[in-house]
Design a protein around this ligand. Structure first.
Ligand SMILES: C[S@@+](CC[C@H](N)C(=O)[O-])C[C@H]1O[C@@H](n2cnc3c(N)ncnc32)[C@H](O)[C@@H]1O
Length: 431
């Protein structure tokens, strides 16, 4: 349907997310259907509605005498978008009401305009309901709240609250091009307020997000957008010239590029990813930054299909995970992730670690990383691996960030700071 109003498009995006698509998949084509000046607002509507979905959906269901017919489900999403605005934005109420009713008509559901109008007017008049549960209060799926409460008895509420905040935009300065101080100066000249990150040596956090084309020399490879916690992976690798490095789950290449920037004179960096769709992103990032890596599409766990027997000095294993440490940046995870995903993910994670260990040189180091806050994908994987692998040593990390777990270090998402991340560093003894 061409020419639909923005909020109707937002409802379509929400419907696609409910049907299992990620915002990364369904938002870009939706944005292209709108004039450029409306795109940031569409993005904000979709992110906000996902972020608060579990609160808004409960409220809407309690306001509807009976659920809408499956064929009218889009209008349910249209009302969720409007409720998000009423509860969590500064948008004027009359505009939300009028535009939503109009969008309902434009979506060929004129028979539902009365209902939409009545529901939203009542919502406006009566105000938001008092949360009846922690799921509603924190707007997370029940299983996630329970799992976090179990895993983090002292921190679960802070984690849930942090997940509902907006993540800052953080940059990694390309150390080959600029020092962090010099680039901070360029940002000041460009009128962009920013400060150095606390822990990552090349990180800069912006006071407010800006489009990348406003960043000085972005196209020339001066900086990349990368969270501070993600940047810290590189510092754990202890890179030195002459090393061969494997980035085993590399797409879109953020950490591959960070590795190459951090150390000139590496012998080779091999970047592998199994996703043919995501692989070109590695090449694009390398090209913009004028860096070189050997990029290969493969299932990293099938070493017989891609490994030539030449051992690596360093391995970064940034495994696929639940991404529960980056919910701020991907609020659709709340709708998409299922509790039943975690066990299969843990088995893939352990499988990758087991398969890649033989490719590490004696004396070499492997960094295992996830953007998860579930111990099941983090310290428990490392524990299980150490139990069965006598020739692996878990290193103590003497760093001023994160918190120690039984096997590795955990960063929890920090409001107006870094994402949630886990790291463990394993060393293979010299023979
Ligand atoms: C957490 S993301 C990696 C992010 C990346 N390291 C970065 O910093 O830009 C995990 C990646 O693992 C890839 N992946 C999942 N299973 C894999 C496998 N068996 N072999 C190789 N890559 C895999 C996914 O396609 C995804 O791109």
């Amino acid at each position: 349907m061409p020419g639909l109003p923005m909020r109707a498009v937002a409802a379509q995006v929400m419907q696609a997310v409910e049907q299992g698509q990620s915002l990364t998949q369904c938002l870009p084509p939706a944005l292209k259907r709108l004039p450029e000046n409306e795109r940031p607002a569409l993005q904000a509507l979709c992110f906000g509605t996902c972020r608060w979905f579990f609160q808004l959906d409960d409220e809407l269901n309690s306001r509807l005498k009976k659920p809408l017919k499956p064929a009218d489900r889009l209008i349910h999403h249209l009302m969720l978008v409007a409720l998000f605005q009423l509860r969590h934005s500064e948008q004027a109420t009359y505009a939300v009401l009028n535009e939503t009713v109009e969008a309902c008509r434009r979506l060929d559901k004129p028979h539902l305009t009365g209902l939409v109008n009545a529901v939203l007017r009542a919502a406006e008049r009566e105000g938001g309901p008092t949360a009846r549960s922690d799921y509603e209060r924190y707007a997370h799926p029940p299983w996630m709240v329970e799992k976090l409460r179990h895993n983090w008895p002292d921190d679960w509420a802070a984690i849930l609250e942090a997940n509902n905040t907006q993540a800052p935009m953080t940059l990694r300065v390309n150390a080959r091009r600029f020092s962090r101080d010099t680039y901070l100066g360029l940002l000041t000249e460009a009128g962009i307020e920013a400060s150095a990150t606390h822990f990552a040596p090349h990180g800069i956090q912006l006071a407010r997000p800006v489009p990348v084309d406003r960043l000085p020399y972005f196209e020339d490879g001066a900086v990349s957008v990368q969270d501070e916690a993600a940047q810290l992976c590189t510092t754990l690798l202890d890179l030195a010239p002459g090393q061969r490095v494997l980035d085993a789950c590399a797409a879109p290449g953020g950490k591959t590029c960070a590795i190459l920037e951090a150390c000139e004179g590496l012998q080779e960096v091999v970047a592998i990813d199994e996703s043919a769709e995501r692989l070109p992103r590695i090449e694009e990032n390398l090209e913009r930054l004028d860096l070189h890596a050997t990029v290969q599409q493969a299932d990293a766990a099938q070493t017989n299909q891609w490994w030539n027997g030449n051992e690596f000095d360093r391995i970064l294993l940034d495994v696929p995970c639940s991404a529960t440490g980056v919910i701020r940046r991907h609020p659709d995870i709340k709708l998409l992730r299922r509790e039943s995903d975690i066990l299969p993910l843990a088995s893939i994670q352990l499988g990758l670690l087991e398969a890649l260990w033989p490719t590490l040189k004696p004396g070499g180091r492997l960094v295992y990383a996830t953007c998860s806050v579930f111990p099941q994908e983090n310290q428990r994987i490392i524990r299980r691996f150490l139990k069965q692998t006598t020739e692996a040593i878990l290193l103590d990390l003497d760093v001023p960030w994160g918190r120690e777990t039984e096997a590795g270090r955990q960063m929890l998402p920090a409001p107006n700071g870094h994402d949630g991340f886990f790291y463990a560093v394993l060393e293979k003894p010299e023979q």
